[in-house]
Design a protein around this ligand. Structure first.
Ligand code: FE2
Length: 269
């Protein structure tokens, strides 16, 4: 996947990050902690609001299952998403929390998902399972980078799982029938090849959503909290998810702005 071309001017750090991302299907980096804390605070505030409690009395996010019943987890998720996307302050913090790795892998003139996804997976709640899928199977552009940020430490079944690139290629070569299976059948078929990615609060995960991934049943004692948000080069192809609807331009450079406003002198045409 490295071009090997004498015209490839990416620096060493970028190439190392790219190689790891290509090999594993993901890379873990340190978040910018200041911006990460602002993200978590916004979520915590909306969580308190949902529970109708004072911020000082709130349970830590990983103990949300002590306050939230299984049937309320989706309402909680939707309530928090509604609250935190009221203005672009949250998006800005998200971008700055992960800016280094986004620039390394994706570029600096970018479009960002307008409504990032929030995952709240309560222990032993089957409704919070995310069946195995690759986003590109459903009309999502392969030019996207998914920046996934945990709000709590994640271990074992609290983690996102992924099928690494080599395993995916191998399994597809072994059986072209694989993608005809239902998602439950596919999960059971691939289970032994899946990697549950351990990650701590303070880190960010950049992963390739064209590889199969999902959440299994959370069998740990704590509640899983994470946010996922897609970034893509502004000028890369858009499939089902359109610019201005699903994606918003966030770092439009000056020459692009001038180019969009340019009008050719009429007498020259
Ligand atoms: Fe996905």
């Amino acid at each position: 996947m490295n071009s090997g071309s004498s015209w490839d001017f990416r620096d060493k750090q970028e190439l190392i990050a790219s190689q790891e991302y290509n090999k594993e299907g993901y890379i873990i980096e340190k978040a910018d902690f200041q911006h990460l804390e602002l993200i978590k605070n916004a979520v915590q505030k909306a969580y308190c609001d949902f529970c109708n409690i004072n911020e000082k009395e709130v349970q830590d996010l990983e103990n949300a299952h002590l306050s939230i019943s299984h049937d309320k987890s989706n309402d909680l998720r939707l309530h928090i998403m509604q609250a935190i996307y009221q203005n672009t302050g949250f998006h800005k913090n998200y971008y700055y929390a992960a800016k280094n790795i986004i620039h390394s892998l994706c570029g600096n003139e970018l479009a960002m998902q307008k409504r990032p996804g929030l995952s709240v997976n309560l222990p032993q709640n089957p409704s919070d399972v995310l069946p195995i899928h690759a986003d590109t199977w459903n009309g999502v552009s392969p030019f996207e980078l998914n920046i996934w940020i945990p709000l709590v430490d994640c271990a074992n079944s609290m983690c996102l799982y992924i099928l690494k690139r080599n395993s995916y290629k191998r399994r597809l070569n072994e059986s072209k029938e694989l993608l005809r299976l239902t998602s439950d059948e596919l999960f059971n078929e691939l289970r032994d090849d899946l990697t549950w990615i351990p990650i701590e609060y303070g880190q960010i995960l950049a992963f390739d959503q064209s590889l199969p991934h999902g959440y299994s049943l959370n069998e740990e004692r704590n509640t899983h909290w994470s946010i996922n948000c897609r970034f893509k080069g502004l000028h890369t192809p858009y499939w089902d998810k359109k610019l201005g609807e699903y994606f918003m331009p966030i770092t439009v450079k000056n020459c692009t702005r001038l180019g969009m406003d340019y009008s050719h002198p009429e007498s020259w045409i």
